[in-house]
Design a protein around this ligand. Structure first.
Ligand code: ALA
Length: 482
């Protein structure tokens, strides 16, 4: 079988029929799944930093730009997810359009988005928990809440210590993996409850904060460029778009649950585009209020929301808001890890990965062994890796996946023009081309060191593919299937 042989669509769909993942998710649950994965560390930690360092109050425009890039990709995801409504997401789409090698590349790349993304948010979760405990006078030993590769400055001091292990981050990964093993419905239910809380916090912040906006804080709206590209001015707005892109990551996780949706043809586009639209509106309003209450020059802090709350008369809300944010991060980790196990589930079913990744628990009907293995992988990254590396790897990996999905739509229109498309991307090839352009531009902005890391990760992937997967697939299919 050739490296570029695609997997025929009827075979993909027939394979999925034999699998026993439960079809139980409804449209509102899918939107909640999307919001669960989207609103998290990006909004609550990065907005302030992007405003302070790159865009000033115009960070609002950066959110709009990043949303436009995501919307193009989201529309393409929607078309695929109604045409191929099974687990595996971008990996499966690539198998149907670009062949086995590209499918492998994207499946391997998605580990960066989902598993490494979950580790990134677990580290942010840890930081918020430590700060929450501190508000109650409980001091968690700093060395046990930090990576050994990232020196930490103790809050309120100039003392720098060396981390040993990030135990809270490891803890939350273990707990969430346990929930995922117990069941998709249980996970979706927990997610829905958290999403209500998380959206409530954002709305409360917007509504209560609105009257504390000081219009002077919006002057200048786009601070003049300092002479360095990306530091304020329009180039700063663009750079900030690359930073806050992280806040949108996750809407595509909805597509990994397509095989568990009750009515995927109708509900997948609602889940993907609906969650993206809700979050975009919330982000724009949230960042407008944040930069209106606190001057952008003061926003370079880890918890900008807490700082803004302190400028209002609602300081008593501070612990409740922190707690809701912590829960909010929890659902991001949940959906990311869910997406990860579903992608590897599909790759394993296709023979590209060992069967352990598609073994379904007889009672819980979840890929429990895969959940356990990813608990170890994600937990190790969360416990030991520095957050800045993790965050940027997540972004570049996700952008790469978006680009490949947009390319896939153009290819699929040529190779399968007559296939029923319950949801059709308008203006093909314009929309996918714009998606590619926007997302490649944001990838470019992440700089060469991230490209190098992406390249190393992909090189490891090629090693596994040619050393294991390729041999297994060839042995299982001695004659070409197409
Ligand atoms: N969008 C997710 C977050 O911001 C990954 O936490």
């Amino acid at each position: 079988m050739s490296l570029f042989a695609t997997k025929p669509l009827d075979v993909i769909l027939a394979d999925a029929e034999h699998e026993s993942l439960k079809r139980s998710l409804t449209a509102p649950q899918l939107v909640a799944l999307g919001i669960g994965a989207i609103i998290g560390a990006g909004l609550f930690s990065l907005t302030g930093i992007a405003a302070a360092q790159d865009a000033g109050p115009a960070v609002v425009l950066s959110f709009v730009l990043a949303a436009i890039g995501c919307a193009f990709a989201g529309i393409c995801y929607s078309e695929f997810s109604t045409m191929i409504p099974i687990a595996g997401s971008a990996y499966t789409y690539a198998y149907a359009t670009m062949g086995e090698l590209m499918a492998w590349i994207i499946g391997w790349d998605l580990v960066l988005e989902y598993a490494v993304g979950a580790s990134t948010v677990a580290v942010s979760w840890s930081a918020y928990v430590i700060s929450f405990l501190k508000d109650f006078g409980i001091a968690f030993p700093a060395a046990f809440a930090a990576s050994p590769f990232e020196p930490v400055t103790l809050p309120g001091t100039t003392t720098v210590i060396q981390g040993i292990i990030n135990l809270p981050a490891l803890f939350i990964v273990i707990v969430i993996s346990g929930v995922l093993i117990i069941g998709i419905q249980e996970s979706a239910r927990l997610n829905s409850i958290i999403v209500v809380l998380k959206v409530a916090v954002v709305l409360i912040f917007i509504v209560l904060g609105w009257s504390y906006i000081n219009p002077k804080n919006y002057e200048p709206f786009i601070p003049p460029n300092t002479g360095v590209t990306g530091v304020f001015g329009w180039s700063g707005v663009l750079r900030a778009a690359g930073v806050v892109f992280f806040a949108f990551i996750g809407f595509d996780a909805v597509s990994t649950a397509a095989q568990e949706a009750k009515n995927p043809k109708k509900d997948m586009p609602i889940g993907i585009i609906g969650s993206l639209a809700v979050c975009t509106i919330l982000y724009v309003l949230f960042s407008h209020v944040l930069t209106g209450i606190v001057n952008y020059t003061e926003l370079k802090v880890a918890a900008p929301v807490a700082l803004a709350i302190d400028r209002t008369s609602y300081t008593w809300l501070r612990p409740a808001i922190k707690l809701a944010i912590i829960l909010g991060f929890t659902s991001v980790i949940l959906v990311m890890l869910l997406g990860q196990s579903r992608v590897f589930f599909s790759m394993s079913r296709d023979g590209l990965l060992p069967k352990v990744f598609s073994a379904i628990h007889p009672r819980f009907r979840t890929p429990w062994r895969s959940n356990l293995l990813f608990m170890v992988f994600t937990g190790a990254f969360a416990a030991f890796a520095p957050i800045s590396y993790l965050g940027e790897m997540t972004s570049i990996g996700t952008l790469f996946a978006f680009v490949l999905v947009c390319i896939g739509i153009i290819i699929m229109r040529r190779t399968h023009p007559d296939l029923p498309r319950p949801f059709k991307t308008p203006l093909v090839p314009l929309i996918p081309i714009l998606g590619i352009a926007f997302n490649v531009t944001m990838m470019y902005g992440l700089g060469w060191s991230n490209w190098a890391r992406l390249f190393i990760w992909m090189a490891i992937g090629m090693f596994v593919y040619f050393g294991y997967s390729r041999k297994r697939v060839t042995a299982a299919n001695p004659t070409p299937t197409q």
